[in-house]
Design a protein around this ligand. Structure first.
Ligand SMILES: Nc1ncnc2c1ncn2[C@@H]1O[C@H](COP(=O)(O)OP(=O)(O)OP(=O)(O)O)[C@@H](O)[C@H]1O
Ligand SMILES: [Mg+2]
Length: 375
């Protein structure tokens, strides 16, 4: 590229698609053990057996979706008798839509949109599997979105009991749960048939984040567009958020920012500037998955500033009519999602006197939780 400023028709991006979130990276480092566990779980399918049910658990942006897609790619190459379906439960939040997606993948077109019962769709799926001697693995991604209305119990029950309702079918499930811990209790009748092996996805260490981001930058930008120092700053921000998406989004936005300045290189200031937007994106994404009660807690904190658990509970109880146990569970979830901080050490895990505060700006939180019921 000639000259020091970027011409209007020049770009810093060698391959822009590298920075899209659904891009499956060629090089998937630091997740060897998780990938091994996944492959180990699905391997029985290669001998015609039903695979082991699995559950991938970890905070947002820790590579769960990517790992499952990689494992499915591998299976696609080596196991012709296996059909894998990846369902996004946020986009398909009911048993009917989930089974319609499975039907679509198997048969090649969506089921007729009206007048077809769930039962009929399941019959067709089972018939296809038996006739073609295929084993089906369904990944239920972001299964959290099925937790409301207990839809998750129906979905799992139908999938995992298919071998009883439709003898000869072999279906297994990989659940993907975006959460620091497994705080959902399945219906007892589901709990007895869904006994998955858990695969944990911890947040990446700073060095891991940096090397992943550096790899991406190398592929996505032209040479000399971004320096190691600038990537360090992005790694710092990413590490604070715990979500690799923040870093990938920062790479993209910083690049666009530098282009807007007609600069041939990305500077640290481009990163700082991009961060403000990136942070909002991260926040809205997490908050959109929360329950009304959890949002209410955030809204209360945003209005009050730091407060004791007891004080927040009084307002929460008035608004939502829910008891302390539910409140406590929700608080823990908000801590695990890194939305709030609480001083466990000084006041004890469960104490009403522990202080809670938001990890984000009150205004940002308020605009992301709107509209909050009852306020
Ligand atoms: N080890 C890795 N190497 C390269 N890229 C990675 C790695 N882990 C994650 N990524 C990238 O980070 C982004 C987020 O990863 P992914 O979507 O797999 O996270 P997730 O754990 O499914 O998050 P969520 O719980 O929010 O759905 C993706 O763009 C993915 O390509
Ligand atoms: Mg995911």
């Amino acid at each position: 590229m000639p000259g020091k400023t970027l011409m209007w028709d020049q770009t810093l991006f060698r391959r822009g698609e590298i920075f899209e979130f659904d891009h499956v990276p060629e090089h998937f480092a630091h997740r060897d053990s998780q990938l091994q566990s996944l492959l180990f779980g699905v391997r029985p399918a290669m001998q015609g057996m039903r695979p082991i049910d699995l559950m991938c658990v970890g905070p947002p942006g820790t590579g769960k979706t990517t790992a499952v897609k990689k494992a499915f790619e591998e299976l696609g190459e080596h196991a012709p008798g296996v059909i894998t379906v990846h369902v996004n439960c946020q986009a398909n939040p009911t048993r009917y839509t989930i089974f319609s997606s499975i039907f679509h993948k198997l048969i090649g077109h969506a089921p007729p949109s009206s007048g077809v019962s769930f039962r009929k769709i399941l019959d067709e799926i089972a018939r296809y599997l038996i006739q073609n001697e295929k084993i089906l693995i369904v990944a239920l991604d972001d299964i959290n979105y099925l937790f409301y209305e207990k839809e998750v119990d129906n979905v799992l029950y139908s999938l995992l009991r298919a071998h009883e309702t439709h003898p000869g079918t072999k279906i297994s499930v990989i659940a993907i749960l975006s959460d620091d811990r497994m705080n959902y209790v399945f219906d007892p009748k589901v709990g007895s048939i869904f006994l998955p092996e858990e695969i944990l996805f911890p947040v990446y260490a700073w060095d891991e984040l940096k090397s992943i981001l550096r790899d991406r930058a190398k592929l996505g930008f032209y040479d000399r567009v971004i320096s190691d120092d600038v990537i360090d700053v992005i790694a710092d921000y990413t590490s604070d958020a715990g979500d690799l998406r923040v870093g990938i989004d920062l790479l993209k936005r910083s690049g666009l920012g530098a282009e807007q300045r007609a600069s041939m290189t990305i500077l640290v200031d481009d990163v700082h500037f991009a961060y403000r937007k990136s942070r909002m994106l991260h926040l809205s994404r997490i908050i959109s998955s929360l329950s009304d009660g959890e949002r209410a807690i955030l809204a209360i904190l945003a209005k009050k500033g730091a407060a004791t658990a007891g004080d927040v509970y009084v307002v929460f109880h008035e608004l939502m009519g829910l008891g302390y146990t539910r409140f406590h569970t929700m608080l823990n979830k908000l801590v695990s999602l890194r939305l709030i901080d609480t001083d466990f050490q000084t006041a004890g895990m469960h104490g009403r006197s522990r202080t809670i505060k938001l990890r984000y700006g009150a205004d940002d939180v308020l605009s992301a939780v709107q509209p909050t019921p009852g306020t």
